[in-house]
Design a protein around this ligand. Sequence first.
Ligand SMILES: CC(C)(COP(=O)(O)OP(=O)(O)OC[C@H]1O[C@@H](n2cnc3c(N)ncnc32)[C@H](O)[C@@H]1OP(=O)(O)O)[C@@H](O)C(=O)NCCC(=O)NCCS
Length: 171
Amino acid sequence: MSATGKITDKIIATTPAHKAAIETLLAQGFGPGRHARTAERLREQSTAYTDLSYVLSDDTAEGTQILASISYSPIRVGGDAGLLLGPLIVSPILQNRGIGVELMTYSLAFADKLTQFQFVLLVGDLPYYQRVGFGSTSSAVIMPGPVDAARLLVRGKTDIAGKVCGAPDLA
Ligand SMILES: CC(C)(COP(=O)(O)OP(=O)(O)OC[C@H]1O[C@@H](n2cnc3c(N)ncnc32)[C@H](O)[C@@H]1OP(=O)(O)O)[C@@H](O)C(=O)NCCC(=O)NCCS
């Protein structure tokens, strides 16, 4: 990434033209097993909420590079509507520079304004995601596949309960 400029100045809305670059980042970061993950099953049942997909785009002498990406998919848990965060991916050469937290902070500020969604759910490590307000869920949140309960995290309305399913009608 170029040495100048703030991270937020390089965050732009995702477009279809970014798809191939995002797929390359995801393959690098998660490997071939990523489609078998339980969170992926939910994404297959839904579709990304278009206005909440962002990439980190950097213009260099070699051209424009896509260096990180975040998206969210609408879901329901019991009677409550929310968003599933992910995938979040940062290029391996740029990790630990604050990009992941910045992308989440930026996009969650917009998600918070979408009053149709009461919570954001994700599968990830609490020590990382608690930096942006995520905490543990109760055992009453049931994912459509195996998940380490300690890694199922929520932000916003925390007393959600029931089966988690995709909600493409809310995308
Ligand atoms: C996880 C990921 C998105 C983090 O992005 P990043 O831009 O490197 O993270 P940031 O720079 O915002 O934060 C770095 C800090 O978080 C910590 N951190 C990163 N991943 C962590 C984890 N899984 N658990 C605990 N802490 C973590 C780092 O040690 C660092 O700590 P420090 O600030 O005290 O030095 C990135 O490593 C990545 O794309 N990994 C591969 C894909 C992945 O695992 N995605 C998330 C799946 S839900």
